[in-house]
Ligand binder design. Structure first.
Ligand SMILES: [Zn+2]
Ligand SMILES: [Zn+2]
Length: 145
């Protein structure tokens, strides 16, 4: 259930983003805030379906793109061409399993010794960065033939 505080927070975010707060968007937004494993739109669809029986996967996609375009959520950097949604707003890096495509968060502090390059092409100034560490997760390492 949506609490009054969440409802207010959602309305404020929509106002800031310039989109209309609808019941459907509220359910999708709230579901996203409760998911922590870089969900795909398909994962979100399965979770919202019981609350929104008439919703289609295409609508879920459309609203997620809207949330990303307006900055309400970020997209995880592209891995293998599938859209995954970032629900952790803290600065962090990613551990990406190349086999099962799982994405785990790695606290920014754990790679804090990594220097930000001072001189970059075309006068680009780096403010922050996130790193994708590719490898195999524990489960995939165990199941390796
Ligand atoms: Zn894996
Ligand atoms: Zn993440």
């Amino acid at each position: 259930m949506t609490t009054a505080t969440q409802f207010e927070q959602f309305n404020a975010l929509c106002k800031e983003a310039g989109i209309t707060p609808t019941q459907q968007r509220l359910v999708i937004w709230q579901t996203l805030t409760e998911m922590h494993n870089h969900p795909s739109p398909e994962d979100v669809y399965v979770r919202v379906k019981p609350q929104l029986p008439t919703v289609s996967l295409a609508t879920v996609y459309k609203n997620i793109h809207l949330f990303i375009d307006t900055g309400m959520f970020r997209e995880v950097s592209m891995h293998h061409g599938t859209l995954r949604i970032e629900t952790n707003s803290a600065l962090h890096h990613h551990l990406v399993c190349r086999k099962c495509k799982s994405i785990f968060d790695l606290d920014a502090k754990q790679l804090s010794g990594f220097p930000i390059p001072q001189s970059l092409p075309d006068g680009f100034v780096a403010e922050q960065f996130s790193i994708d560490v590719l490898g195999l997760c524990a489960a995939c390492r165990k199941s390796k033939p």
